[in-house]
Design a protein around this ligand. Structure first.
Ligand code: PXL
Length: 280
């Protein structure tokens, strides 16, 4: 028999996220982004949604024991280079996931705190927000809230009169235990989209991006997964964040509108460019 050499493994990323049947956001977005960026995605489904490109109709959280069993089976078999968290579905799921990842303290954790869809569908109640802050933030390498999520996570109590500004939100999230905070600015009333990375000593870098005209579904999942892919490839956090934004902007710029609602990113824009160059 001819001898075959063992194949080197691609970096493997374990994503915990909910199914979005449109393929715009959720675990489908994670799988496409991680694959497009040369990683192998492992996927643990945390919830099932009913939605189209115009909105979410229903969410079915998966039982926390089922989430834990999916993850434990994978982790006992396959070496993982990064964890990525998206929509988690319930307090029980957050607690189960927090316990599992606490067994792997050396593996980077990229946490996209999905509190609502870009269109405003609510995905997390106050108990879930509290569980995220208490159980997940202390284990997080980088959290990637949009500005609305950052304000909601950082609000100390409902009675706080003035909303904290974004640098203050980042400071509070770092005090809660994560290493880096990337706040995205799509929802802010600015001409360009400003995304800012904060660390323990304040702002690390800020990037401005041309605001695209359409309304997009799944940009946050794409960005967080792209950061996870880059960290799994061994990039440092600053390079990972910079390159992931560039990748996400290109995926959005190449986006398409398959239905009557939002545009979806094309996470394989480069494959389409190659096919066009070859005259396919
Ligand atoms: O974009 C955040 C998000 C994450 N996960 C799922 C979603 C959405 C937004 O709609 O449906 C499953």
């Amino acid at each position: 028999m001819p001898q075959t050499l063992p194949e080197p493994l691609p970096p493997i990323v374990l994503a915990f996220a909910a199914s979005d049947p449109t393929g715009g956001a959720g675990i489908q977005a994670d799988i496409m982004t991680l694959s497009s960026m040369g990683c192998h995605p492992l996927s643990v489904i945390t919830a099932i949604t009913v939605q189209d490109t115009s909105g979410v109709e229903d969410v079915l959280p998966i039982d926390a024991d089922w989430i834990a069993d999916q993850a434990r089976a994978l982790l006992e078999d396959i070496p993982v280079a990064a964890f990525k968290l998206g929509m988690l579905g319930s307090v029980e799921a957050i607690a189960a996931i927090a316990e599992i990842i606490s067994d792997y303290p050396g593996i980077p954790l990229i946490f996209d705190p999905v509190l609502a869809s870009g269109r405003g569908d609510q995905f997390a109640n106050e108990d879930m927000v509290d569980a995220m802050l208490e159980l997940l933030l202390p284990q997080t390498t980088i959290i990637t809230p949009n500005s609305l999520e950052a304000r909601r996570l950082a609000l100390e109590d409902e009675s706080e009169r003035d909303e904290p500004d974004l640098p203050e939100c980042a400071r509070r999230l770092i005090i809660a235990g994560c290493e880096f905070v990337l706040i995205t600015g799509t929802h802010e009333n600015t001409e360009q989209v400003v995304n800012t990375l904060y660390g323990e000593r304040g702002m690390v870098r800020s990037d401005k991006w041309q605001r695209l005209a359409g309304s997009y579904h799944g940009s946050g999942c794409t960005l967080a997964s792209a950061i996870a892919a880059n960290l799994a490839h061994g990039l440092d956090i600053v390079e990972a964040v910079k390159d992931a934004q560039d990748y996400t902007w290109q995926a959005l710029a190449a986006g398409f509108r398959p239905g009557m609602g939002q545009y979806l990113p094309d996470r394989f824009f480069w494959a389409r460019e190659i096919a066009e160059d070859q005259g396919d």
